[in-house]
Design a protein around this ligand. Structure first.
Ligand code: TPP
Ligand code: MG
Length: 328
């Protein structure tokens, strides 16, 4: 088991967030160029959550995510070239090109998916935590989901069972205020999401999701109690996506002024400013970091470009229905 990183590694946090930001920006360009197809949900603005949470976990822990998961996967350590190849639909991708942007999966990093179904990861995470508990493993399952998930029955079933059975799962709600074009207050009678968790007798805290250090600190504290066998915990991470819900979204449901206000709290700008003020970073240091991140990303795109498509003969591999069952 690896030790959790120390809280004084601001450069590591900044690097982690920059890797995600530049990856997402490049993905948007590649989508425009027709290299990436299908759905694409970017997490620009939400990088502090991904980095803060993943730094609080060890490699033995498990992660279950959503369709807005590129940042989670990158911060978890899934190699960017395998992620990019997956998004290109290449056989060299982390799911052999069969999952695409919404279904990144890498068991070797205990990254148990991307999931296109809102709240669909929650029963999987609860099950993983149950397995760990039954096998006596001290792993924690980190379960990420959006504010939209609280409207789903699965949310309530999982919160209840996890609390009842004291399962080692950390529920992490990325509250970015909207589920597609719907503001939380339009669908929820109770908009205090921690209150929902507490109604299942689960300790819950609201955290500034634009502050990577605050996220990491809260996640470290929560992980410690979950790992100690004290049962599940819930963190609400207050965050904001700077871009549209997906690549098809006219953004008619929110004011431009609101977006601009949140951009003033950009987690990357906030941390780099703080580091500069404290003398831990200067312009040359920042541009060196940008070059390092850019080189890794260029290599990932080159890897994806050079990738191959799965041969047509392989298309029915992993399809379990037989001709006999088709005929029934
Ligand atoms: C069960 C289910 N219902 C509806 C949808 C359609 N849908 C896709 S994304 C989305 C919004 C989810 O919002 P949230 O959970 O807040 O995540 P965010 O996109 O804000 O990260 C919805 C309703 C879906 N994918 N799954
Ligand atoms: Mg949301």
């Amino acid at each position: 088991m690896t030790a959790a990183p120390s809280l004084d590694d601001d450069l590591g946090r900044l690097r982690g967030m920059l890797r995600i930001r530049r990856f997402e920006e490049r993905a948007a360009e590649l989508y425009g160029a027709g290299k990436i197809r299908g759905f694409l949900h970017l997490c620009v603005g939400e990088e502090a959550v991904a980095v803060g949470v993943m730094r609080a976990l060890t490699e033995d822990d498990a992660v279950v995510s959503t369709y807005r998961e590129h940042g989670h996967a990158l911060a978890r350590g899934v190699p960017p070239d395998r992620i990019m190849a997956e998004m290109f639909g290449r056989a060299e991708g982390c799911c052999r090109g069969r999952g695409g942007s919404m279904h990144l999966f890498d068991a070797s990093h205990r990254f148990f998916g991307g999931n296109a179904i809102v709240a669909g990861g929650m029963p999987l995470a609860t099950g993983l935590a149950l397995a760990d508990k039954m096998l006596g493993r001290r792993a924690v399952t980190a379960c990420l989901f959006g504010d939209g998930a609280v409207a789903e029955g699965e949310f309530h079933e999982c919160m209840n069972l996890a609390a009842l059975w004291r399962l080692p799962v950390l529920f992490l709600c990325e509250n970015n205020l909207y589920a597609m074009g719907t503001a939380l207050a339009l669908t929820e009678s109770q908009v205090d999401l921690c209150a929902k968790a507490r109604s299942y007798d689960m300790p819950a805290d609201r955290v500034d999701g634009m502050d990577v250090t605050a996220v990491e600190r809260a996640a470290l504290a929560a992980v410690a109690t979950v790992r100690a066998g004290e049962g599940p915990r819930f963190l609400e991470l207050a965050t904001y996506r700077f871009r549209a819900h997906s690549m098809f979204d006219a953004e008619l449901y929110r004011e431009k002024r609101e977006v601009e206000r949140w951009k003033l709290r950009d987690p990357i700008a906030a941390l780099s400013t703080l580091m500069k003020l404290g003398g831990a970073l200067d312009d040359a240091g920042l541009s060196a970091l940008e070059s390092e991140v850019g080189a890794e990303l260029d290599a990932a795109v080159a890897f994806a470009e050079a990738g191959t498509l799965e041969p047509v003969e392989d298309l029915t591999r992993d399809v379990y229905a037989t001709e006999a069952s088709d005929a029934r």
